[in-house]
Design a protein around this ligand. Structure first.
Ligand code: AMP
Length: 121
């Protein structure tokens, strides 16, 4: 699938749509999910144009890959849910049709602030 420049996260990255920002650096933007499924539900997205994790794994630079993983950790720390200081969380990426992905820009969901429950329903 080619990258759709009109997806909602592309618009957020361009500043065309507002978001409740948690963190931003050279590689990632993080914001609160508009429809939270747990007490804490954050999204972490790479700044590059990648549709999903498979696309990212094949095309992203090593720096972007490290940047995304470090970004997840930094956001978890900022939200107080990382293992150092908090009680942990779930990081989840839906990938394409069977994964239930709705927005075609790679994103990790971070769920926490309470027990997250079963892995798959
Ligand atoms: P997924 O099903 O993995 O593609 O998840 C997409 C997520 O994006 C859902 O949890 C939505 O609630 C969330 N979402 C959609 N639009 C926005 C928005 N404008 N700001 C924040 N989160 C959004």
């Amino acid at each position: 699938m080619s990258y759709d420049d009109n997806n909602i996260f592309a618009k957020i990255l361009r500043g065309e749509i507002p978001c409740k920002k948690i963190f931003e650096d050279k590689y990632v933007l993080s914001f609160h999910d508009i429809n939270p499924q747990k007490k804490i539900h954050a999204l972490v997205i790479p700044k590059g144009k990648y549709t999903d994790l498979d696309d990212f794994s094949q095309k992203a630079s090593p720096e972007e890959m490290v940047g995304l993983l470090k970004g997840i950790n930094l956001v978890a720390k900022k939200l107080g849910i990382s293992v150092d200081g908090g009680k942990g969380y779930r990081a989840l990426a839906n990938i394409s049709e069977h994964g239930g992905q709705e927005v075609p820009h790679l994103h990790f969901h971070l769920f926490g602030g309470e027990k997250v429950g079963k892995m798959v329903e």
